[in-house]
Design a protein around this ligand. Structure first.
Ligand code: ADP
Length: 171
């Protein structure tokens, strides 16, 4: 059984993440999506909300499980018995960032191997950070997020995002 951990913040999960996970299923028997809760980043969406959205996105796929975790990613990989970590690469800065994490993870646990998939051209510009900006400033979300998440966000924030932007509101 080849089990991989796909770690990240998923605040929120985007079509870019979903594409990587679906392609990851060609390589792995099971993928655990681990929502890491100990980053310094201030999250826009609650851990439970993020988990529900991911579960809904993959409700047709029993080989995908979703967990919340704190602590080091390699420790969590051990805990869920995942020998592999899956990550996506969009660009050269992603590569630089991932390389350091990879070296650190290898230093911490040499037996866990990380695999990288290049993002598709359709989603290589999509990041959760940019999507949060689009939500805040009332931009179009179609194509960036799955429809069920867009529906919920419109419901959560009728008329736009959670942070009122003076310039966007007055226009
Ligand atoms: P982090 O919070 O560690 O930056 P993210 O939640 O943003 O993690 O992303 C988790 C993983 O998904 C990372 O490997 C990241 O490179 C990858 N990823 C994010 N967006 C995309 C995308 N549009 N295409 C491919 N991979 C992506």
């Amino acid at each position: 059984m080849k089990r991989a951990l796909f770690p990240g913040s998923f605040d929120p999960i985007t079509n870019g993440h979903i594409e990587i996970v679906r392609r990851g299923l060609l390589l792995f028997d099971e993928i655990i999506i681990g929502i890491g809760l100990n980053t310094a980043k201030q999250a826009m969406f609650s851990p439970d909300q993020r988990q529900r959205w991911i579960e809904e996105a993959f409700k047709d796929e029993p080989r995908i499980k979703v967990h919340l975790y704190t602590g080091l990613t390699v420790h969590f990989a051990r805990e869920v018995e995942a020998r592999f970590i899956l990550r996506g690469l969009r660009s050269a800065p992603d590569y630089e960032y991932e390389r350091n994490i990879d070296l650190l993870n290898k230093y911490l646990d040499a037996e866990i191997e990380t695999f990288y998939l290049l993002s598709s051209p359709e989603t290589s510009f999509v990041s959760s950070t940019l999507v949060r900006e689009v939500i805040r400033f009332h931009g179009h979300l179609e194509g960036l997020l799955p429809p069920h998440i867009i529906r919920d966000i419109y419901g959560l924030y009728p008329g736009g995002g959670p942070v009122s932007a003076p310039s966007a509101k007055s226009s």
